[in-house]
Design a protein around this ligand. Structure first.
Ligand SMILES: N[C@@H](CCC(=O)N[C@@H](CS)C(=O)NCC(=O)O)C(=O)O
Length: 246
């Protein structure tokens, strides 16, 4: 089998999901770092069906999307399994994973909204990445990319405020899955790998970390992803965070 190739965007949480799953399987891969927005053209040129990362070339196939990649990896190599064999347990893991695939949008919107206010912290998310241009230059000239990404992802004051007000309920739900044993067990599954990078991305924001880190969700995320890059100083108006204080 030729070496697998994984297309990612530095700091992208579902990209990290795919990396974690490949690592869990012990499948070696070459990581190709892409700049956001520019990534779409590259993926088209590589003949992927969609325009988002993670996108994986493996075993002569193109597999795109973190959930699709999880399933394909289990097909290619059964052990260690990403989805439980027991149908009832599998259904719960798949439910948490699918919910997490939508939950992804909140950290994504918050990130683009924050970077639109101040691009400087973006550099910290590209630690270890190889973009082909110096990261400082990419950030300095990145205003059009950030504006396009914010537009494309509907990241504006209204959506971000709504996301923040529903975040406590989201974290309760994740804590509930941990209490139930759906995620957070000794053998991480596809739902752990789906949810943990989203939580880690949220925790990279100084605004949000204090409300997450002491909870089971925060502890699980740090265990599953000990080293998520990036840090953004406070940027949200204090009153937007009122709902998170309790
Ligand atoms: N739910 C999909 C979504 C992937 C997704 O939206 N990825 C973002 C990065 S986090 C992307 O590629 N955006 C295109 C861009 O930034 O130009 C998955 O888990 O694979």
């Amino acid at each position: 089998m030729a070496e697998a190739k994984l297309y990612v965007i530095p700091g992208s949480h579902p990209s990290r999901t795919a990396m974690l799953m490949l690592d869990r399987k012990g499948i070696p891969f070459k990581r190709v770092d892409l700049m956001p927005v520019i990534s779409k053209g590259v993926l088209k040129a590589q003949r992927f069906p969609g325009v988002t990362v993670p996108a994986l070339k493996i075993d002569g196939q193109r597999v795109q999307g973190s959930m699709e990649i999880g399933r394909e990896l289990d097909r290619l190599q059964a052990d260690p399994a990403l989805y439980p064999a027991d149908p009832e347990k599998r259904a719960k893991v798949e439910e948490a994973e699918a919910w997490g695939d939508v939950f992804q949008e909140k950290p994504r919107r918050f990130s683009w909204w924050a970077f639109k206010k101040d691009r400087a912290p973006m550099a910290s998310y590209s630690e270890g990445a190889r973009l082909g241009v110096p990261i400082g230059l990419a950030v300095k000239t990145g205003a059009p990319i950030v504006a396009a990404a914010a537009r494309f992802n509907d990241a504006n004051d209204a959506t971000v405020r709504a996301d923040l007000s529903s975040l406590p309920g989201d974290l309760d739900r994740i804590d509930g899955w941990i209490a139930e044993g759906v995620i957070g067990g000794p053998e991480p599954n596809a739902a752990d790998f789906q949810l943990a990078p989203s939580i880690r991305l949220l925790m990279s924001f100084d605004d949000l970390r204090p409300f997450i880190e002491g909870r089971p969700a925060g502890e699980m995320a740090v265990r599953v992803v000990p080293d998520f890059p990036g840090r953004t100083p406070p940027v949200a108006p204090a009153e937007w965070l009122d709902g998170l204080r309790r």
